[in-house]
Design a binder for this molecule. Structure first.
Ligand SMILES: *Cc1c(COP(=O)(O)O)cnc(C)c1O
Length: 374
């Protein structure tokens, strides 16, 4: 690929000396599990988000799962989530023994639609997990109002939004807990799996610290039946180096998104460009997702790939149409999520991308739209 969807190799090259030194330092000390860098990273990330506690865990999926477990959500409980998200949002709910209840999304921001949540609300719903999709905050003011009205716990899925800012505050500071993923391709990515939970609740933080470490804080003394899900020290070392660059990388993503907007303006009759919601202060463009009005998407993607340009779909199949979840809604239940799933297209975007590359992608996409009118 000449211009891949994400380019993790060029990011490594730009940080090579620091990353290598950080990794070697862990290896030389053999400080592999809950080592020094894990605590350092937890403190630094808590400061970055603006919360009292950050607890490093094994993945973003585990961050959601452990939050639910620590909040006592399990068998017999129901949890509202949007129909278009990465499958992990739903899996965390099921893993905890609870049942996901889906709602549709707002057609402009693709984030959880509160009117739809209101319609989906049934007895047994204990919590709601808004997803800050593609790097854009969900409507947290509306969601908190809705949650307060119905006595629901809010857990934020911030796996795609490290540093995104809502008009009323930074993403990750709204919920009882918020879950972050450090999967390599995320805005802040490790060199393997990793995740974290942020919270201002002291007791919840302590409970999650227990749960991630076999229910133990003192060796061989187990207060609860926990799990083995800790942020690896090697991953924390990588994340500590990268965290120093996250703000600049997010700003660069925003700048590149602006360049895409300009370059794609001339085909805006055929494309819906990403919209920044009225409640959004800083969209951090984890993904730059356009929506094709008419074109044949498979042919557009084929054409882009032929030109050496990466393109993806996030996500092609809503949760209720996945084979894994046959009972969460018939086709047609969530029309916005379903329509979007058939039209969306993610274009290459990473902080190391050049303005020249943005132009190249925009021209190739313009040509593809002409060649595949649908
Ligand atoms: C990546 C992602 C997750 C899961 O994170 P992992 O670290 O891969 O387990 C959860 N929710 C959303 C919206 C994601 O994008």
């Amino acid at each position: 690929m000449k211009i891949p969807l994400v380019d993790l190799q060029s990011q490594y090259r730009s940080l090579q000396a620091d990353i290598d030194a950080a990794l070697l330092s862990v290896v030389r000390r053999a400080d592999f599990v809950l080592g020094r860098e894990v605590t350092q990273f937890e403190e630094a990330f808590a400061r970055f988000i603006g919360v009292r506690h950050c607890i490093g865990v094994g993945s973003g999926t585990d961050a959601l799962f452990l939050s639910l477990r620590a909040l006592g959500i399990g068998a017999g409980d129901k949890v509202l989530i949007p129909a278009n998200t990465f499958i992990a949002t739903a899996l965390a709910v099921s893993d905890a023994g609870a049942t996901p209840v889906l709602c549709d999304v707002d057609p402009d921001s693709y984030t959880l639609d509160i009117a739809s949540a209101e319609r989906a609300l049934i007895s047994g719903v204990k919590a709601i997990i808004p997803v800050h999709l593609y790097g854009q905050p969900a409507d947290m003011e509306g969601i908190q109002h809705f949650a307060n009205k119905h006595g629901l716990i809010v857990i934020e899925d911030a796996a795609q939004a490290h540093g995104a800012v809502h008009r009323l505050g930074r993403v990750g500071t709204f919920g009882r807990a918020s879950a972050f993923s450090f999967y390599p391709g995320k805005n802040l990515g490790a060199y393997g799996d990793g995740g974290a939970i942020c919270t201002n609740d002291d007791r919840l933080a302590e409970q999650i610290r227990l749960l991630r470490n076999w229910g133990s804080t003192v060796k061989y003394i187990h207060r609860v039946q926990g799990y083995n899900s800790r942020l690896d020290t090697l991953q924390a070392a990588v994340l500590l180096v990268k965290l120093q660059h996250l703000h600049d990388w997010n700003q660069r993503r925003r700048e590149l998104a602006g360049q895409y907007r300009e370059a794609l303006h001339c085909v805006s009759d055929q494309l819906v460009l990403p919209k920044e919601a009225s409640w959004c202060r800083e969209h951090i463009y984890h993904l730059f997702v356009v929506s094709l009005r008419f074109a044949d998407r498979d042919r557009v993607i084929q054409h882009l790939h032929n030109q050496g340009i990466g393109a993806g779909i996030h996500y092609p199949v809503p949760i209720h149409l996945q084979e894994a979840y046959p009972n969460l809604g018939a086709p047609g239940s969530f029309p916005v999520a379903e329509r979007k799933a058939n039209q969306i297209l993610s274009l290459p975007l990473y902080p190391e991308m050049t303005s020249e590359q943005v132009k190249t992608v925009a021209i190739a996409l313009g040509n593809a739209l002409r060649l595949a009118p649908g």
